[in-house]
Each structure stands twice: as C-alpha cells, then as structure tokens.
Design a protein around this ligand. Structure first.
Ligand SMILES: Cc1cc2nc3c(=O)[nH]c(=O)nc-3n(C[C@H](O)[C@H](O)[C@H](O)COP(=O)(O)OP(=O)(O)OC[C@H]3O[C@@H](n4cnc5c(N)ncnc54)[C@H](O)[C@@H]3O)c2cc1C
Length: 701
C-alpha cells in the first residue's frame, strides 16, 4: 500500500499548486514566483498531504487516495496551528514581513485560490493561529507519518524535499522563460536589426559585397523557386538558411544548458528524472513561446514586412522552418512526458486527465500540420491544404489553452503566449477585412479573354497599384459559389500605365504647341469653346483609373474565369512582395521575365529612368504581347522573344560591359528562369566588376 500512497501524495502535492495571488496571470520569473515565499509554501506542501480528522478516503484506479477540502483545512485546528508554527520557525531566517506571511495565509493556506479554486477562509488569521499554538511544540512528524491530529513540527526530511523541489522548479521555469523570450526577441528582432544595420553606409557597402556569397546563392545547387527533387520542398537561400541555422543552434543550446538539480526532491526520485522532467517542461514551454512567431511569419499582415526589408517569400520560408522547430519541441515534450510518466507508473492515472488529452490533441494537430503542409500536398490540392491548415491551427490553439489551463489555471503565464498567437492571427484576419473595405468593398470587374488561357481583368476606380513590387489578393465569390472566400495572389498594374503612347504624345503635343493654354483675346469665345471641347474629348479618351491584372488560368478557381462586364470582385491589398528600395537605387534596372511574369515587372518601368526589359514568351502567349504592346512601345531598351529562350549570362555580361556600377536585376516568371537568373547573378556578382542587386518575384511560395 505504501507505493500507491506515495504516488498519490506526490500527485496531490504536485497538482495542489498553491501559489500567491501576486503570481496570478504573470509569466514565471517575470516577475511571478508562485511559490513565494518558499519557506511558507514548503510548509503547506509538507502538511497538505497529511490525513486530517475531516479528510476523506477514496479510490482511483486501484489505489487509495486521500482528499481534504478547503473547508476541512479552514477549520482544522491541528493543521492551522502546525502550519502557522512551521511558517513562524522556517521563515524566521529570511526576515519576511508579517504582512506578507498574513497575505500568503489568506490566499494559500486553505487551497489554491490563486489558481482559480474556490476556497474557504481559515477560521483564524496567521497571527491568531500562531497565538493558538501551545508551546513548546514537541510533536515531531516523521516522513512516514500520514496523519495530523495535533500541533506538530513538520518532518525535516519532507520539508527539505519540498524546499528543494519548489526552488528548483521556480528556477527552471524562470530559466526556460528567459531562454524562450531570448529566442522570440532574436527571431522577431533580427530582421529589423539587420535592416537598420544596412542603413549604416559602411555596413551597407560590406553587405552589398557579401550578397553573392552569403545572401543570394541557394543552399542546394541552383534550386530555390523550383522544388527540390521528389517535391521535397524549396531549398532556402544561404541568407535564409543562416537565420534558420541560428534558430536551430539557439534551440539546441537553450534546450541543453542551464539545468540544476537539488536532491532529495519531493517530486523526482533522482537527479536523472529531475533533469529529464525539466527538459520536458522546457521543450513544452518553447512550443508555447515559438508559436506566436510561427503565426506571425505566415501572415499577410506580418508587421515585419513593413519594419524590415525582408520579403514575404522569405518570411514564408522562415515560417516553415520555425514551424518545424516548434513541432520538434512539441513532439519532444510529449515523448518525454510519455516516457517519464510510464517509468514512474503514473501513466494510467494521467492519461485520462483533460490536460493530458488536450496535450495529445495539440501534439497530433501539430504533427498533421507539419506533414500535411509539405510541398506535394500544397501542389496537389492547395485549397484543401489551406483549409486543413487553418482548422488544425485552431485545434492547436485550443489544445494549448486547455493543456495549460487544466494544469495551472492562470499560473505560470502560459496563456500570455496564447493571447499573443490570437492577437497575431486575428489581427491579420481583421487587417485583411479592413484592406478589402479600404479598397472599396465589392466592385464590378471587366474580364476579357485574350485567348490561349490568358485573361485580362480590369477593376475600375482603384487609384493605387502603380508602385512596383506589390501584389493583391483577388476574390471572385461568384466563380466558386461553394467557396466564396477563396482568394489568390496576383501582381497589379495601374490601368493608365497601359494606355497607348500615341494618345499621350498627341495630347501633350496639342497641349504645348497646337493650342495655347490661355486663349487669345480676339477669338476669345470661339477658342474658349474649342478648348473646353478638347478638354472634354481628352477626358473621354483617357483610360479610367483602375487596376489591371493579367491572369494565366490554372487548375483551380482561375480556370472558371470567363469574359464578363461585371464580375463581382473584392480586392485585398496592396501587399509588398520584396523591398524595392535597393533595386530602385541602382544605376540601371534589368527586368527579366518569362510568360505571365511580365505583370510583376511593368510597374518598375515607370519608376526608374534607366530600364532594360528582357521578356521571353511562348507562341501561345502572343495574345499577352498584343495586349501589352502599347505599353511595351514606351520602353526603348527591350529584348522580347517569342518561342526562344533568353541568354541570361549574355544579358548580365552586356550590363557589365556597358560599365554600369550597380545593376538591379528583377526576375519574374517560371521557377527555372528565376533560379537560372539567381545563379547567373551570383556568378556575375562574384566577378566584382559590377554590383548586382537581385529581387525574385516568384509566382509561387
Ligand atoms: C506574389 C504572386 C503574384 C502572382 N501574380 C500572378 C499574376 O499576375 N498572374 C497570374 O496569372 N498568376 C499570378 N500568380 C500565380 C497565381 O496566384 C496562381 O496561379 C493562382 O493562385 C492559381 O489559382 P488556381 O485556383 O487557378 O489554381 P490552384 O490549383 O488553386 O493553385 C495552383 C497553384 O497556385 C498556387 N496558389 C494557389 N493559391 C494560392 C494562394 N492563395 N497563395 C499562394 N499560392 C497559391 C499554389 O502553389 C498552387 O499549387 C501570382 C502568385 C504570387 C505568389
């Protein structure tokens, strides 16, 4: 019978996490200490598992369990006097003010009110209980005692074990929160810090020189936008993998260092189990701490897109990698818990408890998220991936919430991380709705079939979209009535950019030479009339303000796009793809495009004085060329090919030979083209003759 009782008492004391009210809702160690003062908490823990006159016995899963109600503790004289005496003697050496001990007495002596339990106030105050102690106290409890029926001194051995476990657990939770916050700050702050550093001239010059070596190259051959063989995923660039590597190293170090053990312990049989349990706690906490970062990096409204110069595609790569680390920590936590509880013989008892069940639910959801979001799944059924990703993410949050709540209620501050996740996630969703509203809500778009699977979509009345490096998400709710929320990213052009240059030049010509802006006195009335007519005519000819998209139909929603004069449309955006600051500062822009990728590049034409466009299309995309011809005619330096490939190295060599100091290369098109350009820019950059700034506007993430 001794063993089950011992376990039962351990569990009772472990779960009866009496804590001070000051610790409620705060993060352990920042500044919460739920065991403060340790001496008083160790006294409670030394007495709370003893059988009182008013305690009751029950049976769970084949073992006897003792339970004592708050009312029982509140009215039991031996318990109250023994507790008061223990606090008086054990806390004396720490000079703890009486007021603090009284406060502790009120919040913890009869149960864990700080953890949300409804408790009954003790019949005496701390001072009254102390006054009721009949001195000298001679009854000395032993560690094997199970009953308390007179004022007694706690067992020194039991007290020491409680003291050891409380101080060590508090130390460990403080350490793990510090490490977690350090990782979070690093993960969040690094993009901002590096962006600020690149504003310092000397560092900026250095990083520009290092880019062909440390930032642009891919880590796996030339694979970057192209998927790795067997659709294993997308290889990160060297720059991205440096961040990932740093994060992995931080996780390994913070998971491995800084443990301390103090034996004998009330909870852990030996040093091995103590440290292993701390690793289990720490990996669990890291799961909570990393989750907000995982959600942030995936968001369209990730604040780092505006506070750093890192691109959305980079954050999506980091989202996947940080999520893998997060999943690994969560799995490790679960496996360790399983191992420890099995070895300690507590598994059967714990497995039915809500906290365990929710922990398993969250772990399974994290596993499904990790494997269910691999590239082959995204490619096979993007919308199914998306919906399952959202549902499983919600399951993880709910699982995390109840896992922590059932264990600790509001203690430890775990819910703070969940609030962060919810703020990041719902903040993103709210911003999406806000952007749709700001963009004018429902609009009627004109869809024109250009032929060969290409359509042009004109959305009138929107006056932004001329800035380069932006994309929007388009909703066409009537295309797919069963999935009206479905939306897809597209590059945008200002419709006015596409107007025929002849209109522009004849307009300006007539403005400057044919018709004076102020009519002559002699023919005042006639000239005025003709001037008004001309202005009205110009207004009628002027293309209306709006956004234009060119879409190559794919296998999902876009395949339903048909010619229409009033397709119900919602526009969400604009969102930045890449930071354009550095490329626009270059002496020259080389725009390299394949097929439909041209739409991402054309806005650069009107934003830089020295542009060369190289565009290659298949014969089937000639309709695109025809529609864009008026605008293309405004670009003096261009190389447009139908049915033949661009020679990327040749294009870059021409820029080097022309003697440009700094050339911005922006590529948009099929994955193969994007990767070839990346490799060629890396090679050309290493020659050191011309500095190349690279931006890849890939149409896949
Ligand atoms: C920044 C950006 C700009 C783009 N600009 C253009 C453009 O101007 N013209 C054009 O024709 N295409 C563009 N695309 C590609 C376009 O988004 C996809 O072709 C379109 O989503 C396919 O939708 P679908 O339902 O027909 O096909 P689906 O079968 O749903 O998707 C086909 C593939 O498109 C990708 N995809 C689908 N939905 C999304 C999404 N919500 N987010 C990210 N990727 C998704 C997936 O990789 C999927 O495998 C752009 C993509 C990106 C990321």
């Amino acid at each position: 019978m001794a063993m089950p009782f011992k376990i039962s008492r351990t569990i009772v004391s472990a779960l009866t996490l009496a804590a001070s009210v000051s610790a409620q809702g705060q993060l352990n160690g920042f500044p919460a200490n739920p065991y403060d003062p340790f001496c008083a908490m160790a006294c409670i823990r030394s007495l709370s598992s003893l059988m009182l006159d008013c305690s009751s016995m029950g049976q769970t899963i084949g073992m006897m369990t003792m339970s004592t109600t708050s009312e029982c503790w509140a009215t039991n004289t031996p318990y109250l006097t023994s507790l008061a005496w223990c606090m008086h003697t054990k806390c004396a050496e720490f000079n703890i003010p009486q007021s603090k001990l009284q406060r502790f007495w009120e919040t913890d002596s009869t149960g864990q009110s700080s953890a949300g339990a409804v408790t009954v106030p003790a019949k005496w105050s701390y001072a009254e209980a102390l006054a009721n102690v009949k001195q000298p106290v001679t009854m000395q409890l032993k560690s094997t005692d199970m009953n308390l029926n007179t004022t007694s001194m706690v067992s020194p051995d039991v007290y020491l074990r409680q003291w050891n476990v409380l101080t060590m657990v508090q130390r460990e939770t403080t350490v793990e929160n510090s490490y977690g916050i350090a990782m979070l700050v690093t993960g969040f702050g690094l993009p901002i810090l590096l962006t600020i550093l690149t504003k310092i001239p000397i560092i900026s010059t250095l990083t520009r020189k290092l880019k062909p070596y440390l930032i642009y190259p891919s880590t796996f051959g030339t694979y970057s936008v192209r998927p790795l063989p067997y659709l294993l995923g997308n290889a990160p660039t060297v720059g991205q993998s440096l961040y990932v590597l740093l994060f992995i190293i931080l996780n390994i170090i913070f998971t491995c260092v800084g443990y301390q053990s103090r034996q004998p312990s009330a909870w852990y049989a030996n040093r091995y189990y103590e440290i292993l349990s701390f690793v289990m706690y720490r990996t669990g906490v890291f799961g909570y701490v990393l989750a907000p970062l995982v959600f942030l990096f995936a968001g369209r409204n990730n604040i780092l897109l505006w506070t750093s110069n890192w691109s959305h595609s980079t954050f999506l790569v980091l989202h996947r990698w940080v999520a893998r680390i997060f999943a690994f920590q969560s799995l490790l936590h679960s496996v360790l818990a399983l191992y420890i509880y099995k070895r300690e013989g507590m598994y059967d008892m714990e497995v039915v408890k809500p906290y365990w069940i929710w922990g398993i639910v969250a772990t399974v959801a994290v596993t499904v998220l990790t494997f269910g979001s691999q590239l082959f799944v995204r490619n096979a059924a993007y919308e199914i991936f998306l919906i399952s990703h959202i549902v499983m993410s919600a399951v993880v949050i709910v699982g995390f919430w109840y896992h922590a709540y059932d264990l600790y209620k509001w203690m430890g501050g775990y819910h703070i991380w969940i609030y962060c996740i919810i703020a990041v996630w719902f903040g993103d969703r709210l911003m999406r709705v806000a952007r749709v509203i700001v963009a004018g809500g429902p609009r009627r778009a004109k869809v024109t079939e250009l032929g060969e699977g290409y359509v042009r979509i004109d959305v009138p009345g929107i006056r932004w979209g001329a800035e380069p490096g932006k994309h929007v998400y388009m909703y066409f709710p009537t295309l797919h009535p069963l999935r009206p929320w479905e939306n897809h990213p597209f590059s945008v052009l200002q419709t006015t950019l596409l107007q025929a240059p002849t209109t522009r030049s004849s307009d300006s010509h007539s403005q400057t030479s044919e018709e004076p802006s102020v009519p002559a006195d002699v023919e005042k009335n006639e000239t005025l009339t003709s001037h008004v007519k001309h202005v009205m005519q110009k207004a009628a000819n002027r293309p209306s303000a709006g956004l234009t998209l060119y879409v190559r139909k794919s296998i999902g929603m876009t395949k339903y796009l048909r010619a229409s004069d009033s397709l119900l449309t919602f526009v969400e955006g604009p969102y930045p793809n890449n930071s354009t600051t550095e490329v626009l500062r270059c002496d020259r822009l080389l725009l390299i495009s394949g097929g439909i990728g041209i739409t991402a590049l054309l806005p650069f034409v009107s934003n830089h004085w020295n542009v060369k466009l190289a565009w290659s299309i298949k014969e089937s995309a000639r309709c695109l060329l025809d529609d864009l011809e008026p605008m293309l005619n405004t670009i003096p330096d261009k190389d447009v090919r139908i049915g033949s490939r661009l020679d990327i190295s040749q294009l870059l060599n021409e820029e080097i030979e022309a003697g440009w100091e700094r050339v911005g290369v922006i590529v948009s098109g099929p994955g193969g083209l994007c990767d070839d350009v990346r490799a060629a820019v890396v090679a050309a950059g290493k020659l050191g003759k011309t500095e190349f700034e690279l931006e890849v506007e890939a149409y896949s993430w």
